[in-house]
Design a protein around this ligand. Structure first.
Ligand code: GLU
Length: 326
């Protein structure tokens, strides 16, 4: 590494550490308990990891601590469904409009009966149904394999979280049966729901999430292993939907304040992606009332400001981050 690159890398590491120092004392929010097993998380855990699109890792805090991916699985599963069925077929089953409602709301688009988008549960369960329809009994293995390739290591599921959600996921079952009622999903809704519960229970740490995000910022190829993971043509679709719908019913404010595609999950993970530049991941399980990690939001707001990442920031330094390294 040249001296200039090393200096820039050291500076980014210090920035990540300063974010930890600044936000560690924020104890706002509550750990999710509606999936009983999630309530066992240590509320104080806090990790931050930034991975550049050329594969450099800058991390601090509990970046090794594993937690379940939950809704952060949704854009990646959506990408797989787009690849399997093609965008035209997928769009017959799920839309791309922000709903402005909670992630678990029981509602479908008037007129078409499609879920509004694949980032809310109704849309994500539809995506799982499309993946199950395509891969059948291989579906979970395919999904886990793809997520592992994006993270650059073999991932596995948290069996107790999976069983906990499977046992108590009545609302998601209701959504699944509503989708079946309107002919939005193929017959085998129980298998699709099982796939959905399993995909949400995949264990990741903050570094895994940042590498998965960096895979999207690196045009679909994992920047560390070099493996091509997602079709470059679908990465744009995944990032677009993360930009408009990724942060639950906070997505509009997020686009306004942070201005980059992102996705959060109820276990406390957040991943934000800057095309061709870098990915930011944070883990802190205390959630705000909308289901987003409180510290995770604060870290991303601050990093976006410090690094000039907002897509519409005229100063948009983030876009030249790597240029400065060359
Ligand atoms: N498995 C969770 C559910 O369906 C995911 C929710 C989330 O992370 O937003 O309720």
């Amino acid at each position: 590494m040249t001296e200039a690159r090393q200096e820039r890398s050291d500076w980014l590491q210090e920035l990540v550490e300063s974010m930890y120092e600044k936000h560690a004392s924020n104890n706002a929010g509550e750990v999710a308990t509606y999936i009983p097993e999630l309530g066992k998380a240590n509320p104080d855990d806090f990790g931050i990891c930034v991975v550049t699109a050329d594969g450099r890792i800058h991390e601090t805090g509990e970046s090794d601590k594993t937690f379940t991916i939950q809704s952060i699985s949704k854009p990646f599963a959506y990408g797989m469904a787009l690849e399997a069925h093609g965008p035209d077929e997928v769009s017959k089953h799920v839309g791309v409009e922000p709903s402005g409602d909670a992630f678990n709301s029981i509602e479908l688009e008037p007129g078409t009966n499609r879920p509004f988008n694949p980032m809310i549960n109704a849309g994500a369960i539809t995506v799982s149904a499309l993946l199950y329809d395509y891969y059948r009994d291989e579906a979970f293995e395919q999904l886990l394999g793809r997520f592992s390739a994006a993270a650059g290591r073999a991932l596995s599921i948290d069996q107790s979280v999976y069983e906990s959600e499977s046992r108590t996921g009545h609302r998601n079952r209701a959504i699944g049966h509503l989708l079946l009622n309107f002919g939005m999903v193929p017959e085998d809704i129980d298998a699709a729901l099982d796939l959905y519960f399993k995909q949400c229970s995949i264990l990741v740490n903050c570094r895994d999430l940042a590498i998965m995000g960096a895979t999207l910022s690196n045009l679909g190829s994992n920047p560390i292993t070099g493996m091509e993971v997602f079709d470059i043509n679908r990465v744009k679709d995944m990032l677009s939907i993360m930009f408009t719908c990724g942060m639950y019913d906070y997505s509009g404010q997020w686009a306004y304040k942070v201005g980059v595609p992102a996705k959060s999950g109820v276990a406390g993970g957040v991943v934000a992606v800057v095309n061709r530049q870098l990915s930011i991941a944070s883990y802190s399980p205390r959630l705000d009332p909308r289901g987003n990690s409180s510290r995770g939001i604060d870290v991303c707001v601050d990093l976006a400001n410090e690094l000039g990442l907002h897509a519409f920031d005229c100063m948009n330094e983030g876009s030249s981050y790597l240029k400065a390294l060359l």
